[in-house]
Design a protein around this ligand. Structure first.
Ligand code: NAP
Length: 325
């Protein structure tokens, strides 16, 4: 039996539940590709699944213990084998993708269905950059699409330096929005370089006191409330937070506020498919979207990487180097 190194979690809990070990190398089914992983990320999705702090996540990952014990929902690498029915990829293709069903990016090899959220890496991107293309950006994309942002509309992004926020600023600019970004003093220049038209430094200014009115307030870091942001919204403005809020109030508000036909809360369920990955790839190829990378860790340092991610202070993405170049 062939084996491979991987970061494995057999129980939910803190970063220390993750152990490095040799596990059987996966074998692709007829419709699957086998990817040799060169880089992955350690992100808030991985951390959320691992900690199971929100019990509800266990309905996705396994009620008592994780069904799939290698996390890493985004990855980049090289196809090293394909199932007999796969026609859209070949051995040797450099690919990146997202898979939060079976994950596997924190191991040396993973398998995934060839028709899922997978595409070839744009020539201008490294494996490390390609690994960070999908997690934050697809959450951002789902929320921007739900808010139906049109060119010229004012949008505020709170937490513009997170994986989701830093992608949201770039995507919103691409869609023609006028973007006000809220961030820490140290990241003002970064956020401007992502295209933000206005920047509010949350250390010196309370963004809810601004006089601008927004079609969409996107709290990409889940630190505000609808109540606080409501005065900032235009008549039919939309508020979205990436967090459930106190007593899951954002889910409740998403069910009730649309009934009044005024200012609304939305709580879209994130999805990603092949077309979305190709869309993100196209933007990356054209230099319109570039994932922000904070730190890079080796697979052996995964616990340290999780600890850093869970400070809630990473800037953009944290990359994990697995193997290869
Ligand atoms: N449960 C899940 O499956 C899941 C999955 C993905 C995301 N999420 C949620 O989505 C949110 C965003 O995730 P992410 O990965 O994009 O975040 P992240 O990368 O962890 O980043 C958080 C960013 O927000 C900034 N920040 C912290 N406090 C802030 C504040 N009060 N105002 C403005 N900015 C602030 C931090 O910068 P400074 O420290 O420099 O200010 C940091 O750059 C998180 O709340 C996360 O839990 C949940």
């Amino acid at each position: 039996m062939h084996t491979m190194p991987a970061a494995v979690y057999k129980n939910y809990g803190p970063p220390e539940v993750v152990q490095l070990m040799e596990v059987p190398k996966p074998i692709p089914k007829e419709n699957q590709v086998l990817v040799q992983v060169y880089a992955s990320t350690v992100n808030r999705t991985d951390a959320g699944f691992r900690s199971a702090n929100y019990f509800i996540s266990r309905f996705w990952t396994g009620l008592f213990r994780p069904k799939h014990q290698i996390l890493g929902c985004e990855f980049a690498g090289v196809i090293s084998d394909i199932g007999k029915d796969v026609t859209n990829f070949s051995k040797g293709d450099k690919v990146f993708g997202f898979n939060d069903k079976t994950c596997g990016g924190h191991g040396a090899y993973l398998t995934m269905d060839a028709s899922d959220a997978l595409s070839t890496i744009p020539g201008n991107l490294s494996f490390e950059e390609a690994a960070a293309l999908t997690e934050g950006s697809h959450y951002a994309l789902v929320n921007i699409r739900a808010a139906m942002v049109e060119p010229g509309q004012n949008v505020l992004v709170n937490g513009a330096t997170g994986a989701i926020g830093s992608a949201a600023v770039q995507l919103l600019k691409h869609f023609g929005a006028v973007v006000t970004a809220v961030c820490n003093t140290k990241n003002i220049n970064l956020v401007k370089s992502l295209g933000a038209d206005e920047v509010i430094d949350y250390q010196t200014q309370d963004f809810t006191q601004t006089n601008t009115r927004f079609h969409f307030v996107f709290d990409a870091v889940g630190k505000s409330t609808f109540k606080k942001c409501k005065p900032l919204l235009t008549k039919k403005g939309i508020y979205i937070s990436t967090e459930l809020g106190k007593n899951a109030e954002n889910v409740f508000l998403a069910m009730t506020t649309p009934l009044w036909r005024g200012k609304r809360v939305l709580f879209p369920i994130p999805t990603i498919n092949r077309e979305d990955v190709d869309f993100i790839k196209d933007l990356a190829e054209k230099g319109i979207f570039k994932p922000v990378i904070d730190k890079t860790y080796k697979l052996e340092q995964i616990i340290e990487a999780y600890r850093y991610v869970e400070t809630g202070q990473k800037t953009g993405n944290v990359v994990l180097k697995i193997g290869g170049k």
